[in-house]
Design a protein around this ligand. Structure first.
Ligand SMILES: O=C(O)c1ccc(O)c(O)c1
Ligand SMILES: [Mg+2]
Length: 630
């Protein structure tokens, strides 16, 4: 499997781009003419620089407004093509992309265009060059790959082929299955891009909103299955025009791009076993059956405070590590680990970020296979020396500097709490408040990191994404999207902050990066839990009385029920499946908090409509401690 990426897809000058692209593991680049024009060096220098990075120039593009021109423009267009052939010779590449003509001067007619391409083919063959024709979705006469293919077929020249670009086909809702009838050897190049579904002008959508396969809403998998079924075995190239990527980190965007191609081709191969493109072998997407533990890095004082809060939330300090300053707090199936070691990963994480969730344990069927898949998708495995009597638990580095460990039933990893930990005796025991499991883990990040997270989780784990929703913070919008598996045993919400004045943005700034900002625990009876919490001395986050007046109007609930919600400081939501109840702890540290939720009757969401009331309450609560007033 040979991969490439267009230089327009990432930020930086040409040298920076090439370094990032090579580092991410691509084989080649599409040189976009403007990147070359802006570079202060000869075409030969550029060609050499690309090869010095261990890359090839897979394609030179774009050559515009070629076919169907009347004279005298026609003759000029051929002269221009000859000059670009010269340039390609110096760059050291033999494939040129010609996109369909958008010029008002161009004349239609499939045979006219085919004749132009035949003549260009005759000129190209003398130079050892091949030309590929791409239908732009907004081409004047040709805007459909089926017409481009008919022109290429009639041009009937060995050096003339078609170039397919998933965006142009899928954005115009052209059935990708129609690609299956094109001979694979006439497909000279394949460009891949996804995009979020937004209803807007095709050209604008294409030039600003494309993203990596798997990050958007287009059926890039269906497109690529059809391409692969033709027998195509050439380069798979990303051509991503995206405003955010152009301003982002060349390194991270390149890594995401490489991961997106590996993930896509792994899925294509499973659906189309006979394809000629050989993606790397890897285990299939990993089914997760739950969150086994969440680990906090803390110092002694923070650990005491967190312990007090957990105690009020009905957790019991159940076990202590055999040799380390690590405690296990438990309730229902929930395992919270507090690590106050002065050594190792948790300590390093604490030094950089302060108290934070430094590690999450996921339950999987096979932990070793999980790490194998993650590695095959360019994730970083994590290893640290294990002490005597400790288990080696497979792990990878997550995003934002934390770890993800994998616990399975196949080995003795599932017994880690008995093997590495001893029961704590002589404790003040806590009364459970009925928390059963972790409902979701909420990660806060900069908005620009959301697609990276989305691709990371959905490529490694058998999960899907929910639509993005807006959460209104008085200081700005926070975008929220969930990654979840079919049975809801893994739910991760991604919250992307656009500025630092939002509660989420403040959290990122204070802890120097993205991380888990809250954990939501499940209860089966919110009112019983609320009563037990009060008996435990827990003070929930106080919600404004105005919220409850509005609830009554919005949902047509009876006033006795509203009164119960109000007493419990519980928030309420409803969807077509069921009802949702939420209550919150006050903020802790730099804005970390716990949530308690009850889902009744299969409610699917996360209470996005309530988030602004929760945020307002949290800001009221934090203000005395020096949070700016907005
Ligand atoms: O937006 C464009 O003009 C443009 C140019 C070349 C391409 O390959 C493409 O997909 C779009
Ligand atoms: Mg293209």
């Amino acid at each position: 499997m040979k991969t490439a990426i267009a230089t327009v897809s990432i930020a930086g000058d040409l040298r920076e781009k090439l370094a990032a692209i090579a580092e991410a593991g691509f084989h080649g680049v599409e040189i976009f003419e403007n990147d070359f024009l802006a570079y202060d060096g000869s075409p030969r220098d550029v060609g050499q620089m690309v090869r010095d990075h261990g890359l090839e120039i897979s394609l030179f593009q774009p050559f515009r407004d070629f076919e169907g021109m009347p004279e005298p423009q026609r003759a000029k267009v051929f002269d221009r093509a000859e000059r670009k052939f010269d340039l390609m010779g110096e760059l050291g590449t033999d494939l040129m992309l010609i996109c369909s003509n958008v010029s008002p001067a161009s004349l239609g007619g499939i045979d006219r265009a085919a004749r132009d391409f035949h003549e260009l083919g005759e000129r190209a063959v003398k130079r050892g060059i091949r030309v590929g024709y791409e239908a732009l979705a907004w081409g004047r006469h040709v805007n459909d790959h089926r017409d481009a293919w008919e022109i290429v077929r009639r041009a009937d020249h060995a050096n003339v082929g078609i170039i397919l670009d998933s965006f142009h086909t899928l954005a115009r809702k052209i059935d990708p299955e129609t690609i299956r009838s094109i001979p694979g050897d006439k497909i000279f190049f394949v460009q891949l891009a996804d995009a979020p579904k937004i209803d807007m002008d095709l050209l604008y959508w294409s030039r600003h909103f494309r993203n990596m396969p798997g990050e958007g809403d287009l059926d890039v998998l269906g497109f690529m299955r059809a391409v692969a079924a033709t027998g195509y075995d050439g380069t798979l190239s990303l051509e991503i025009f995206n405003d955010q990527f152009r301003g982002g980190s060349p390194k991270f965007i390149s890594v995401d791009g490489h991961r997106s191609l590996l993930y896509l081709m792994d899925r294509v191969r499973r659906a189309e076993p006979d394809i000629r493109i050989a993606p790397p072998d890897m285990p299939d997407r990993i089914a997760v059956s739950g969150v086994e533990f969440v680990e906090f890095a803390a110092d002694e004082e923070e650990a005491r405070e967190l312990g007090t809060l957990l105690h009020r939330l009905g957790f019991e300090r159940a076990r202590r590590h055999v040799s380390k300053d690590v405690d296990l707090w438990r309730q229902g199936e929930i395992n919270i680990v507090i690590n106050t070691e002065r050594d190792g990963f948790a300590h390093a994480s604490h030094v950089v970020h302060g108290m934070n969730v430094c590690d999450i344990g996921l339950r999987v069927e096979n932990a070793a296979a999980t790490v194998e898949r993650a590695k095959a998708l360019d994730a970083e495995p994590f290893d640290q020396p294990v002490g005597p009597g400790e288990l080696k638990i497979p792990a990878i580095r997550g995003l934002g500097g934390g770890l993800i460990h994998f616990i399975d039933e196949e080995s003795d990893l599932a017994e880690v709490w008995d093997i590495e930990f001893r029961p704590v005796t002589g404790q003040q025991s806590a009364a459970s408040v009925g928390l059963t499991r972790i409902d979701h883990v909420a990660q806060t990040m900069n908005y620009e990191e959301m697609l990276t997270s989305l691709l990371f989780y959905t490529s490694i784990f058998e999960t899907g994404k929910t639509p993005m929703v807006d959460v209104v913070d008085p200081a700005g919008l926070v975008r929220s999207q969930a990654i979840e598996n079919a049975d809801g045993s893994l739910r991760i919400t991604l919250n992307g902050a656009e500025n630092r004045r939002t509660l989420a943005g403040h959290f990122i700034a204070e802890r120097f990066g993205s991380a888990v900002q809250h954990l939501a625990f499940e209860t089966r009876d919110i009112f019983a839990t609320a009563a037990a919490l009060t008996a435990n001395g827990f003070q929930p986050l106080e919600i404004s009385a105005n919220y409850y007046d509005d609830l009554e109007a919005r949902f047509d609930l009876d006033s006795a029920f509203i009164e119960r919600l109000k007493q419990a400081h519980a928030l309420y939501d409803r969807d077509e499946h069921g009802e949702y109840f939420q209550l919150y702890s006050p903020g802790f540290g730099e804005g970390f908090f716990f949530e308690i939720v009850e889902r009744r009757g299969g409610y699917r969401g996360y209470g996005a409509a309530n988030a602004q009331f929760r945020i307002a309450a949290q800001k009221r609560h934090m203000r005395p401690k020096g949070m700016p007033r907005f």
